[in-house]
Design a protein. Structure first.
Length: 461
């Protein structure tokens, strides 16, 4: 077996050196001309495309997933590798696992090296690009069929996975945040009052949504990102795929691609079982609440100082999108609520551009001028520029609105005898107020719309 040369004595082992050594051990070749490209996103794990050459001069292509150094979870990475191997035996389209370990020199974190599969994962391209026009009408059904294969995967090699009650787990994460929210309390109470149908434990992917598939013009090529896989009720995966956040602005309820009926048709073909509309709805409500809580959890990783990240910080402003979606899917959104959008016109001695105009100009320049000049190979930089531009836009809208929206929320809280949303949340948790009361619905809707008009007014349906 050929050995990739080690760095000279006294030289530190770089990340590139570490990847070269692992790829050399897997292929049995000395690896040269290696290039690493980090994919965009990466709020929880870092993902790199690898292009290299071996002794035969044949191109070597792979993907490396690793935890951020210093924030590794070896058990979860081992579980991900086990899921990929088990799912492959059940006929699920997944990348082949080349290597996985808790650590390696230069990698400095748990990692997973796997096959690089061709296909598209960007939701807007899958929803719009002409090359997917022929396959789009059948994708919802095909995804349902793939889920059926996942849920039929034998569990004999998956003892490493947990099988905790998902509702209890997400509620505990929420309680630990110590950020009581009326909408979350309403969702938790509804979910407890309307339990779903039980099913035998199955392999649950845990994050089955657009962005985590590779799709080609002929169909689904691979299911990715198994880091949240666990054992549980299989309908959880179907509900998660129907959550509005994973439609990425498109209308069809299944990933912005198709109907719930098409999804269930495909699932029935694979399993012989067709979930009812009621149980699919329960898991869609659960998924919406779950993403709301996880958004706050991810943002808290930044705000606590545990992991400084502009991406994680930006997610904190997106929690109100899921609050809106949760009220909507529960039928609790009050359509009569209107929040004044008049601009704040406080007197100033300063010349123009005003602070709001400065923020808007900088945001537009970052996204339209600087961002458009970056090459496709600088994809992560373009992504981070969009994050920055979005945050600047939020700041501009908040400055422009002034105190008006806060006043609307406080007035609405007073109508239910509460001084704060925390107090309203505690009243709902204790059962002293009901989430179905008209005044409570109006108060929750007012607070959520006030946040959403600043954070992302385009999200309001």
């Amino acid at each position: 077996m050929a050995v990739t040369p080690e760095p000279a004595a006294g030289q530190s082992i770089t990340f590139e050196d570490g990847v070269r050594a692992i790829l050399g051990a897997v292929t049995g070749q000395a690896v040269s001309d290696i290039a690493l490209r980090q994919f965009t996103g990466g709020a929880s794990r870092q993902v790199y495309a690898i292009d290299a050459r071996g002794e035969t001069d044949e191109p070597l292509r792979a993907v490396l997933r690793r935890d951020p150094p210093g924030h590794g979870d070896a058990l979860r990475m081992r579980a991900e590798a086990a899921c990929l191997r088990a799912a492959a035996t059940a006929g699920v389209p997944v990348p082949a696992v080349f290597a996985a370990a808790d650590d390696a020199a230069g990698i400095d974190a748990p990692y997973l090296l796997m096959e690089r599969v061709d296909g598209e994962s960007i939701p807007r391209q899958l929803q719009r690009n002409p090359e997917f026009e022929q396959v789009r009408p059948r994708l919802a059904g095909e995804l349902g069929h793939v889920l059926g294969l996942i849920h039929r995967t034998p569990l004999d090699t998956l003892d490493i996975l947990d099988d905790h009650d998902p509702l209890a787990t997400i509620e505990q994460i929420y309680r630990d945040l110590d950020d009581p929210r009326p909408v979350v309390e309403a969702g938790l109470r509804w979910l407890r009052e309307n339990p779903p149908q039980d099913h035998p434990k199955a392999l649950v992917h845990g994050d089955f949504r657009l962005g985590n598939f590779l799709i080609a013009p002929d169909g689904v090529r691979a299911v990715l990102d198994w880091e949240l896989a666990h054992l549980g009720n299989p309908i959880e995966d179907l509900g998660w795929l129907c959550v509005r956040s994973w439609r990425f602005g498109a209308e069809p309820p299944v990933g912005g691609l198709g109907t719930r009926e098409q999804l269930l048709d495909g699932y029935q073909r694979a399993t012989g079982y067709r979930p009812s509309a009621a149980e699919l709805h329960w898991w869609e409500v659960f998924g919406t609440l779950k993403w709301l809580v996880l958004s706050r959890f991810q943002a808290e990783r930044h705000f606590s100082g545990a992991e400084r990240s502009i991406e994680l910080a930006a997610i904190g402003r997106r929690a109100c999108e899921s609050e809106y979606d949760l009220l909507d899917v529960l039928g609790l959104l009050d359509p009569s609520v209107e929040i004044p959008a008049s601009a704040h016109t406080a007197a100033t001695v300063h010349d123009r551009p005003a602070p709001t105009e400065i923020l808007e100009l900088v945001a537009a320049t970052l996204e339209d001028d600087i961002g458009s000049a970056l090459t496709p190979e600088q994809g992560r930089s373009r992504y981070l520029l969009r994050v920055c531009a979005n945050l600047l836009g939020i700041a501009a809208r908040e400055l422009s609105a002034g105190p008006a929206t806060t006043g609307e929320v406080l007035g609405s809280l007073g109508a239910v005898g509460c001084e704060s949303e925390r107090e309203l949340a505690e009243q709902l948790r204790g059962g002293r107020l009901s989430y179905s009361e008209d005044t409570v619905r109006r108060t929750m809707s007012t607070a959520v719309l006030a946040r959403l008009l600043i954070a992302n007014p385009r999200h309001i349906g």
